[in-house]
Design a protein around this ligand. Structure first.
Ligand code: BTN
Length: 243
């Protein structure tokens, strides 16, 4: 991963640039990275925006071709890349890293990284995926209270040119694990560091606030919450974590 690297000083969104590259009919190597210093219209999950101070963080997209993966199994990509990030951060920060469903990376109850995976499907299989990663590295001021960065956690700067190759090597290890079909271990590792698992918390669905306990995910990646003794299943857009 990262042997082919396309750097743009500024762009709207690296996911959009990666998508354009794939549409352009040029041969794109698996593992190609599209990276920028300044993203002007960064996109997040659920139609949100991703704001990142220019030059301080990593904002990039990784192009992969998981043609071995059935569309129905696409949630494995969330597990694979969130685990790769968690592995890297665990090593770099030596802190307790958690994955908040489906793929936010949390350290000390704050979000340090977001992932936006966009799949291109052909028939029953995935043709290619764009894995967009926004990792807060050296930014120290955020407009939202629940955001953090590696620097805020460790009290020192990180060299972005070192963070990228190290992170890519952790991502590659997990991707190879997925490709080898070692899925049980992926699920186990994912659920081992699952944020709020086995604890009672408040959630919100539409206008309804309720208390429940996360018990895991179903085979399609839906979140399972035990609410008053009954297991309920949630899609990404349906539920908000409150407190
Ligand atoms: C989220 O947590 O909502 C996902 C955020 C993903 C942000 C990254 S930054 C690089 C790539 N390009 C985008 O437009 N978004 C992703």
């Amino acid at each position: 991963m990262g042997h082919s690297l396309i750097f743009m000083p500024e762009c709207h969104s690296t996911n959009d640039e990666a998508s354009r590259l794939l549409d352009s009919n040029t041969q794109v190597m698996e593992g190609t990275v599209v990276i920028t210093n300044a993203q002007t219209s960064g996109r997040g999950q659920r139609g949100s925006t991703w704001v990142s101070e220019p030059g301080k963080n990593l904002t990039f997209s990784l192009l992969i071709k998981p043609t071995f993966l059935a569309v129905l199994d696409q949630f494995y990509l969330n597990m694979t890349f969130s685990l790769g990030l968690a592995d890297y951060l665990n090593n770099a920060l030596t802190s307790d890293i958690r994955i908040k469903w489906p793929n936010d990376i949390i350290v000390n109850d704050k979000k340090v990284c977001g992932i936006l995976i966009e799949n291109h499907v052909q028939g029953q299989n995935i043709q290619h995926s764009i894995v967009g990663i926004g990792l807060n590295v050296n930014q120290t001021n955020f407009s939202v209270p629940h955001a953090t960065s590696m620097k805020l956690q460790k009290d020192h700067e990180f060299a972005l040119e070192n963070v990228l190759p190290e992170l890519l090597s952790f991502l590659e290890t997990r991707y190879l694990q997925l490709r080898s079909g070692n899925l049980e271990e992926l699920i186990n590792d994912y659920l081992t560091i699952f944020y709020w698992k086995g604890e009672r918390h408040m959630f919100k669905k539409a206008d309804e606030i309720f208390e429940g306990e996360i018990t895991g995910i179903d085979p399609f990646g839906k979140l399972k919450i035990n609410v008053d003794g009954t297991t309920e299943y949630f899609e990404v857009k349906q539920i908000q974590f409150l407190k």
